[in-house]
Design a protein around this ligand. Structure first.
Ligand SMILES: [Ca+2]
Length: 232
C-alpha cells in the first residue's frame, strides 16, 4: 500500500473515531431540570405576570398584602432516590419587590433558609425593572422525593415588598467534594448570610465538583428538561 493510500486510510479511520467520540459525548450529556412558576403550588392568591422571568415565560407574584402565603416547588415526582444537586432559583427584579424574600429548602438532610434581595439581580447588581435576575445558586444539597423549595411572601402593606416566584433549576452533581476544607461560600446578593451546607464532611461549593451526573458534560452544554406543570 502506498503512503498516499495509508494516509487516506488513517484520515478515514480518524474521522470515524472522532464521530464515535462526538456521538458518545452527546449521548452522555447530563440533564438538568428547570421548574417554572407553573410547577409551583400556591397558597392564597398569586397573579401571573407574563413576559417576565426565565425565558420570558412569566412569573407569579403574591396578590395578598398578608405575610405567609407560599409558592412551593416539590421535586418528589422525579427523584426516587437521594441525589446531589446544585439548586438555583430566579425571579424578576423590581423596586417593588422585597429585599428579603425568604426561600426555604427542605432537603434530605434538613432545612436550609436563605433571604434573597429581589430588587437586585442574582449577582447583586441593579438592573432594569422587570429584568430576569439570572440564576442564583442556593448551594449544593442532597435531595430526595420529599424535597421541596418554598418561597414565602412577606408583609406587603407598603406595596413595595412583593415576592416573585419564577423558576427553580436542579443541576445534578456527582462525585465527592474535593478540597472541602478550603471551600467557602460567596454571597453576593442575599441580605442574610448562611454557609452553603455540607454534602459530606465539609462545606462544598459548586467549584468542588468537576462532574455533573451521567457524564462529564460541560455545565453550559446540558440537556435541559423544563417542567411547566405541578403534576409532571
Ligand atoms: Ca422594595
Amino acid at each position: 500500500m502506498s503512503i498516499k493510500k495509508i494516509s487516506l486510510v488513517v484520515a478515514f479511520v480518524s474521522l470515524v473515531v472522532s464521530s464515535i467520540f462526538i456521538n458518545q459525548g452527546f449521548k452522555t450529556q447530563a440533564a438538568e431540570t428547570i421548574y417554572t412558576y407553573q410547577s409551583a403550588v400556591y397558597s392564597n392568591s398569586w397573579n401571573v405576570t407574563p413576559g417576565q422571568g426565565y425565558n420570558s415565560g412569566g412569573v407569579s407574584i403574591n396578590g395578598s398584602s398578608v405575610a405567609g402565603t407560599e409558592a412551593s416547588w416539590t421535586f418528589g415526582t422525579i427523584q426516587s432516590t437521594p441525589e446531589t444537586f446544585e439548586v438555583f432559583t430566579s425571579w424578576s427584579i423590581n423596586p417593588n419587590r422585597t429585599s428579603s424574600a425568604p426561600y426555604t429548602l427542605y432537603h434530605a438532610n434538613g432545612v436550609f433558609t436563605r433571604q434573597i434581595n429581589q430588587e437586585l439581580l442574582a449577582n447583586g447588581n441593579p438592573g432594569a425593572a422587570d429584568q430576569w435576575s439570572d440564576w442564583r445558586s442556593l448551594g449544593i444539597f442532597v435531595l430526595n422525593n420529599q424535597s421541596r423549595l418554598v418561597l414565602t411572601a412577606v408583609d406587603n402593606t407598603s406595596g413595595q415588598d412583593f415576592v416573585a416566584a419564577d423558576s427553580v433549576r436542579l443541576l445534578p452533581l456527582r462525585g465527592t467534594p474535593v478540597s472541602s476544607s478550603s471551600a467557602s461560600s460567596t454571597d453576593t446578593n442575599s441580605s442574610s448570610s448562611s454557609s452553603i451546607p455540607a454534602t459530606g464532611g465539609g462545606v462544598a461549593t459548586p467549584a468542588d465538583f468537576n462532574q455533573v451526573a451521567t457524564g462529564s458534560a460541560n455545565r453550559n452544554n446540558l440537556n435541559t428538561t423544563i417542567r411547566t406543570g405541578a403534576s409532571e
